[in-house]
Design a protein around this ligand. Sequence first.
Ligand code: ATP
Ligand code: MG
Ligand code: MG
Length: 353
Amino acid sequence: GSTIGIIGGGQLGRMLAVAAARLGFHTVILEPEAGCPAAQVANRQITAPYDDEKALAELAQTCDVITYEFENVPVEAAQKLVEKKRVYPPPIALEVSQDRFREKAFLNDCGIETAPWQLVNDSAGLAAALAAFDGRGILKTRRMGYDGKGQVRFRGDGSDDVAGALASIGNAPAILEGFVAFTREVSVIAARDRLGNIRCYDIAENVHSNGILASSTVPSAISATTADTARQAAGKLLHALDYVGVLGLEFFVLPDGTLLANEFAPRVHNSGHWTEAACAVSQFEQHIRAIAGLPLGETSRHSDCVMENLIGDDVSRVPEILSEPFAVLNLYGKAEARPGRKMGHVTRLKTSK
Ligand code: ATP
Ligand code: MG
Ligand code: MG
């Protein structure tokens, strides 16, 4: 059988490795942290930094196709691998999604609407951008933000610490986004194969708590027209990136159904975990199919469901979850349940039984 290389050893890599194994592939994980969630279920781990020259050479030598499970893989590392082996998704998807400025500009260039935004390089830039957005908005670092980290909210009610805001994000280059009064947040998980075929899963409705995804519900309460628009946006983005693999695209939904894209992840996505329980082909298998040159699988769901993330101490509820008849549990093999740490998830299928 052939071998798939995965850069990154977290839970997404773990679930990709399981899906790959079920299709008869071997997997090699490149990850500096020994005993990581992905390596526990993979055939092999190369324990080294993501940009380690020797490790990358070894990965290219031992694998037929290489992918990644997080968006902050160094672009140069991915580009080096491209010279030797197939790398999917293409490194341009990393490049764009690693920088919120490039990401927003790329989405807009694809004809995908976002919240209004402005580049912020210094305090004068911040003042000008805030004035343009009536004093309300969210300052976000251009790079390395996740789970709501690297963000400052401005309410425009006199309580904001505008002077201290840039320092609180380490004076990093940033953007200011206008504040979106959304009624809900949704995401689309879409796949594109090597031939350019596209398939989308049903749109999930996402609830965040403290900046971290708490739950995804399918179906979402959005209209069929809004759902169509979301899928079309994903299609445009996938084609523009000449993408191969699975991608997650997040949106805000306005009261009138208008969609504003927030960000995309060039990988399998937390808001697509429900697919393993409610679809014949999960997002993880879909990604492996796409990158391995296999035909894409069915994306329709056989059940309505709610996926709940198990964060930190939530894992103490596992015994009760195990007694629920239609709860599909997935734990990531992380030893320590630190606050804010994603330990697993459970998808509850809605069934009349
Ligand atoms: P992750 O990658 O974990 O999804 P992140 O750190 O990249 O998170 P965002 O997705 O940009 O951050 O923002 C996190 C959450 O903050 C959003 O899902 C949304 O709930 C809220 N949020 C972000 N931007 C805005 C905005 N412009 N207006 C209103 N709410 C926002
Ligand atoms: Mg993000
Ligand atoms: Mg997000």
